[in-house]
Design a protein around this ligand. Structure first.
Ligand code: PRX
Length: 649
């Protein structure tokens, strides 16, 4: 976060206590929950676990062999059973589990009973293809109910899903399949995004041509022949239609009693190297963490219509579109498309249409809505809203206040929730019935979570790095196939603290103010990217010798991707080559990683030991006076680069 924004943040003195009417009905009204949980942390989590169904109870709540945790050791449970079957003997049976809105405007409503039947039939279909406990299944799909069905079907039979965001390219999909060694890929004939068809099947075909582990490709029909150029090609013996697979499958499929530590899913995320990490989440602890945080933070009531706008391709979609709300027996809304299609008020039209009461989105979206103006939300009835949420990046106080006033009508608390792909569920957030809010602060660690702010030496301080001092139920269990990297990334900076990679300040009230990443992970429109991954994609181009990528502060996206590129030999830095390189990154990773700016340079500023000085490049891109250049091999390189950058703008 840029310095002046940080200063503004720390001067923020506005306070918003929970409104009386909200507090009176809140799921958590008693502030002593924090103390109680601190006194008996394991007992606290165990209390939530007891509210769920276990085929066999656990023998031990936590086994902690730093840095490897096991939760609810010896217990047997099933996440899909807890999301579905557990509700069927109650009036929730006929309640909407999923409300779905397609981008072109269609609606679907699936009750808990209907969703259970769909999940069972697809689970039986997977079994008929030889998928069983321990296998991996990759899901590369649009935001359609079948994606949730496929996830729950995997969870039901004990196969691990690996959801790959539909915006990733064929090559990115290929690499994730190769790493996970998935047996089956589930995709669709396309998805709608901003009025155009995303060619998922064609990307899948390219990827699977190089992934020998894939035996079958299941294709969900979302688009059909009418919108495109006919039906997508199907490879005989390998590809089969979803509908054909489930046709004739029994409506029942018993949920497997799985070990609490059975792998539930892999989710690839960007780190500080060129290779994405397969984050491992397991069953019992993740389930308890998602259940507890959804119930207490989103304060769900039987009549709520809950909408988390995240794509299921990211962790927020896993935990808070699918698993958390279904564990809680809630109605979860899924929307397929873009927030600005056909108009910039699409989200508000959806809130009005479905009477959404709890709404959870990202600051980047809120800032875009601010830019589009108040007039758009004002056209719609937003009075059904009672609670708002924010996730994915720091929310600046200005956006917070706009969200509170314009969207929430001044009556809805905002839960600013801090967490990561690795943490599985929210770790820092207000409890909306008891926590006074300060715009821009994620407030306090959830009960039972021991978060701290430390300096380089690991001493507790008011300004430094965010760490977590003890294990929590939904924590990652490792990086797939790379336990060494797991230790090195999260547990080596401090020998017994989980290192988050985030900068943080703690104020006199003990409130946490997240300040963004301190490593080479970039947040761009809420999406997590790695500077190294984009650099590797650029260097992969035959004309590129070297590349350095940085995030430049952007008012809406938080970061814009800026690449400094040196070319090989006689290659010329033309505008055409610039476009070609942008296209190359899209091909290697996906359009979310497309550089906003590329500057060609004969040299990159480096230290005497040869390390690229990214800090200087950031100074240049953000137009600041140049910082310390004394360690620079060639100070003149920087000066000339700065001049050229300014000219190019
Ligand atoms: O920098 C933090 C930021 O997002 C990172 C995690 O990204 P990802 O794994 O993609 O998960 C995003 C959704 C959980 C964190 O290291 N971040 C997430 N939530 C917040 C946040 N930064 C500030 N405030 C938040 N509420």
């Amino acid at each position: 976060m840029v310095e002046n924004a940080l200063e503004a943040l720390l001067k923020e003195e506005r306070r918003f206590p929970p409104p009386k009417r909200f507090r009176e009905r809140a799921n958590v009204k008693d502030p002593s929950v924090y103390e109680q949980a601190a006194k008996d942390r394991l007992g606290f989590w165990e209390g939530f676990a007891r509210e769920l169904h276990w085929f066999k109870p656990w023998d031990e709540v936590l086994r902690w062999d730093l840095p490897f945790a096991q939760w609810f050791v010896g217990g047997r449970t099933n996440l899909a059973y807890n999301c579905l079957d557990r509700h069927l003997a109650t009036p929730r049976r006929d309640k909407a589990a999923i409300l779905w809105e397609g981008e072109p405007g269609e609606s679907r409503r699936l009750t808990y009973a209907e969703l259970t039947r769909e999940v069972c039939r697809f689970a039986n279909g997977l079994k008929s293809l030889g998928v069983g406990t321990g296998d991996r299944v990759t899901l590369y799909m649009p935001m359609v109910p079948e994606l949730a069905v496929a996830m729950l079907a995997c969870a039901r039979i004990g196969a691990a899903h690996s959801v790959v965001f539909g915006g990733f390219s064929a090559e990115a999909l290929r690499d994730r399949i190769l790493d996970s060694q998935s047996k089956v890929l589930v995709t669709a004939d396309g998805g709608w995004r901003r009025g155009a068809v995303v060619p998922l099947k064609s990307n899948a075909d390219q990827a699977v041509a190089e992934t020998p582990s894939i035996e079958k490709v299941i294709v969900c029909r979302r688009i059909g022949p009418s919108a495109g150029s006919g039906e997508v090609p199907m490879k005989p013996g390998r590809d089969l239609w979803w509908d054909d697979l489930v046709k004739g499958q029994p409506d029942r499929c018993e949920a497997e009693p799985l070990d609490s530590e059975q792998m539930l899913y892999l989710l690839y995320t960007s780190g500080t190297t060129g290779k994405p990490k397969g984050i491992i989440h397991t069953t019992g602890g993740y389930m308890v963490g998602c259940y507890a945080t959804t119930k207490w933070i989103f304060d769900l009531k039987e009549e709520d219509v809950y909408w988390c706008t995240a794509d299921i391709g990211w962790v927020t979609g896993h935990s808070y579109v699918v698993y958390g709300p279904l564990l809680d027996g809630a109605t979860t809304l899924m929307y397929e498309g873009a927030p600005n299609h056909p108009g910039n008020d699409r989200f508000w039209a959806i809130v009005e249409k479905y009477r959404v009461s709890v709404f959870y989105t990202a600051p980047t979206a809120i800032r875009a809505f601010m830019k589009w103006g108040e007039e758009l939300p004002r056209r719609h009835q937003l009075t059904s809203l009672r609670l708002l949420g924010s996730v994915g990046e720091p929310i600046n106080p200005e956006a917070w206040i706009w969200y509170h006033q314009v969207i929430g009508g001044g009556r809805c608390p905002i839960v600013d929730t801090w967490w990561q792909t690795e943490t599985g569920h929210v770790l820092i957030s207000p409890l909306p019935g008891i926590t006074p809010l300060k715009p821009g602060s994620a407030t306090r660690p959830f009960p039972g979570i021991e978060a701290d702010v430390v300096n380089e030496k690991g001493e507790s301080v008011d300004s430094g790095y965010l760490v977590i001092r003890s294990p929590w139920p939904g924590m990652l269990r490792g990086i797939y196939g790379d336990p060494q990297r797991y230790r090195q990334v999260y547990w080596s900076r401090y020998p017994n603290l989980y290192f988050t990679g985030d900068g943080c300040k703690r104020d006199a009230d003990g409130f946490f103010w997240l300040l963004g990443r301190v490593d080479d992970v970039l947040k761009v429109s809420g999406h997590r990217l790695s500077t190294m991954e984009i650099e590797s994609a650029l260097v992969d181009h035959p004309k590129v010798a070297e590349a350095a990528v940085i995030g430049k502060h952007d008012e809406i996206k938080e970061n814009a991707v800026v690449a400094f590129v040196t070319l090989k030999g006689s290659a010329e830095g033309t505008p055409a080559l610039r476009d070609e390189l942008k296209g190359h990154v899209v091909k290697k990773i996906g359009s979310i990683a497309r550089p906003d700016e590329i500057l060609f340079t004969a040299e990159l500023p480096k230290t005497r030991s040869g390390k690229i000085m990214r800090r200087l490049l950031r100074d240049i891109a953000e137009g600041r006076a140049l910082g310390d250049t004394t360690t620079l091999a060639e100070a003149a390189v920087v000066q000339s680069l700065k001049e050229r950058y300014e000219e190019s703008e």
